[in-house]
Every structure is written in structure tokens, then in C-alpha cells.
Design a protein around this ligand. Structure first.
Ligand code: PHE
Length: 343
């Protein structure tokens, strides 16, 4: 019978087919498995088959369809396994693994975090405040008279169309914020960014960071301050570090001092950083001026206190041998990546 012969013919063809690559397999798929495959044409032959053999013909058709699908799936699997194996052969297992990209901390943050740790160990609590301040907290409360040169437009960034709102010029503004909202004993450190209208160069910038310290209680003395600052210097710069306090002036402290740490002049870097003196200036400090306490409604007859303000950038530059302060604000990843191994 013609129709049965056709089935046998296709079955033979399917059995002997041997697609060797993906392209040959695709040709096989289109001919025998796809939506317009040749087997479908055989349905038209059904009417030529006598009734008593129609069932048999249907079964033969099914068997043919299954044979085509089974062949297609088997070859497909074999070809895929072969291509996986050849991909594995191309893989060089002795190569080092690709680098694992790791973030890094900014050198300013590294130094700031280290300083915060040092002061937290002896009971100081972090206080963070606004960078946009008003004249009162930044200057007036801090006993800085209206005609003081620090208020000069040259130093302070005032907000547009405002003579009272400004970018804080020091973290001492946080002293006023804390003293007007908390009662003694007060023991805070205030890390943060400050702004001054200065010409940008390798050594100075119009933005930088400070950590303010403030301790107010009954009977706080200059000796307490000196001991705290000596502890800080030795934790920060090494256990044998020497410090010296030089008399200085700040409107909000009396007496006032500046603290230097001894780095020596042994290396070209320390020589340069200390301008050949061996001493690095790291902070300003002093006993809180009674006027400041009064301005903030704290009784200067009952309480005394000390305050200090540490510059961060200079220490970061000394720590990591950075010769230009501008690098700290450009955020060039090639620069920042160099600190990924430091915590
Ligand atoms: N605010 C001072 C400055 O920016 C530093 C300072 C803080 C001095 C606290 C004394 C007490 O230079």
C-alpha cells in the first residue's frame, strides 16, 4: 500500500539520519519535528487507506512522530554535551581568579573614625549638627564680637541674600547647639565638615573637617584638659609621643592654647610637614570662656569646662603621606582605591 510505504520510507530516513552539528540538526528538526514537518502531509493519505486499516495507519503515524522526536532529542543532547566539554577544555583552571572589587574608606573618614574611637573610650559621646548655621551659634554665642575679623566676608561663606545664615566656619558652633539643649555634665565630640573662604592650594582648601570636643562639669580644670589631650596624642601618634601647649587666642576660650605633637625631623616628609621644627600643630583648645557659658544659660559660677578643635586633614595627610590637600576632595578613584587595605 502506497501510504504505508511512505511511512516506512520516512522511518528509514529518520533512523539513518546522523546530524553532526547544530546546523544539520536544525535541518532535521524543520523536516521532521517543526510545525510544518513532512509527516503532517501524510494525514492527507488517510483517505486512501481502507477503513479496516485506518487504525493501523494511525498507529504507524504516531510511531513515526515519536521516532522523529526521540531522534531529535537524543542528537540534541549529544551535541550539547560535546560543546560543553569543548568549552571546558578552553578553560584554564590554573589562572588566578578575577579580582574581587572592594570598596575603600576615604582617608578623612579613616582618621576621623580613629579619633572618635579614642575619645569614645573615655566617655565622650558623638554629637552631630548642621553645616548651615546661623550667625548666633557660629559667632555670637561663641563670644565672637560683631566686629571680629573672623566674621569678615573674606573668611565666611554667607548664604545668598542673608547676613545671618552661613556655612559654619568651625565645629565650635556645635558647642552652642549642645549647651543650649543639654544640661551639664556635658561630654561630647562633634566631627564634621567646615567651610572657609580661602584660596585653594596644596596646603589649604575652602572645606575641611574638624572634631570638636567639649567637657563641662563642676571643677573641670586645665590639668584635666591637658591629660585628656596627652592621652589622645599618645593613642593617635604612638605611646611615646610628646606634646607641647603654646599660649594662643580664641574668643571662646580663656586661657587658650594650641597643641603640637613631636614628629621629629628624621624623614623628608616630617621635615616638610613640620616646616623643619619637628612639631606638628594638631589642635586648638582652652577653658570655655565664662561668657560662652552665660550665653548658653549655664551658670559659670557653678560650672567650668574645656573645649578643643582638631583639624583632620593635616593628620590624614601626615598618616598617608599625601602631599596635596586637594586630592582629598577630588574623589579620583585611582587615589581612593589606594586605601582599600586600611580599615
Ligand atoms: N574653633 C577653633 C578653630 O577652628 C578651634 C578651637 C575649638 C579652639 C575649641 C579652642 C576650642 O580654629
Amino acid at each position: 500500500m502506497e501510504a504505508f510505504n511512505k511511512i516506512d520510507g520516512f522511518l528509514e530516513e529518520i533512523k539513518s539520519a546522523n546530524p553532526a552539528d547544530a546546523e544539520a540538526l536544525e535541518t532535521f528538526r524543520i523536516r521532521f519535528v517543526g510545525s510544518k514537518n513532512v509527516l503532517k502531509g501524510l494525514f492527507g493519505e488517510m483517505k486512501t487507506v481502507p477503513n479496516e486499516r485506518k487504525k493501523e495507519f494511525g498507529q504507524a503515524m504516531n510511531a513515526l512522530k515519536q521516532a522523529a522526536e526521540a531522534k531529535y532529542n537524543a542528537v540534541k543532547e549529544t551535541l550539547e554535551a560535546a560543546s560543553d566539554a569543548s568549552a571546558r577544555q578552553d578553560m584554564d583552571l590554573s589562572l588566578p581568579s578575577p579580582p574581587d572589587p572592594q570598596g575603600s574608606r576615604h582617608p578623612v573618614s579613616i582618621v576621623m573614625n580613629r579619633m572618635i574611637d579614642i575619645f569614645e573610650k573615655i566617655g565622650f559621646v558623638v554629637a552631630e549638627e548642621r553645616e548651615i548655621e546661623d550667625d548666633w551659634h557660629n559667632f555670637t554665642a561663641m563670644n565672637t564680637p560683631a566686629d571680629h575679623p573672623a566674621r569678615d566676608m573674606q573668611d565666611t561663606f554667607y548664604l545668598k541674600n542673608s547676613i545671618t545664615n552661613l556655612l559654619r566656619t568651625h565645629t565650635s558652633s556645635v558647642q552652642a547647639r549642645v549647651m543650649t539643649t543639654q544640661k551639664p555634665p556635658i561630654r561630647i565630640i562633634a566631627p564634621g565638615r567646615v567651610y572657609r573662604n580661602e584660596t585653594i592650594s596644596a596646603r589649604s582648601h575652602c572645606q575641611f573637617h574638624q572634631i570638636e570636643g567639649l567637657y563641662i562639669d563642676e571643677k573641670v580644670s586645665f590639668a584635666d584638659m591637658k591629660q585628656t589631650l596627652l592621652y589622645f596624642a599618645r593613642e593617635m601618634y604612638g605611646p611615646k609621643t610628646d606634646i607641647r601647649l603654646r599660649p594662643s587666642y580664641f574668643p571662646f576660650t580663656e586661657p587658650s592654647a594650641e597643641m603640637d605633637v613631636w614628629l621629629g625631623t628624621d624623614t623628608p616628609a616630617t621635615k616638610k610637614l613640620t616646616k623643619g621644627t619637628g612639631w606638628l600643630e594638631v589642635l586648638g583648645c582652652g577653658m570655655v570662656d565664662p561668657n560662652v557659658l552665660k550665653n548658653c544659660d549655664i551658670d559659670p559660677g557653678k560650672y567650668t569646662g574645656y573645649a578643643f578643635g582638631i583639624g583632620i586633614e593635616r593628620t590624614a595627610m601626615q598618616n598617608f603621606n599625601i602631599s596635596d590637600i586637594r586630592l582629598l576632595f577630588e574623589n579620583d578613584v585611582r587615589f581612593l582605591q589606594q586605601f582599600s587595605s586600611v580599615i
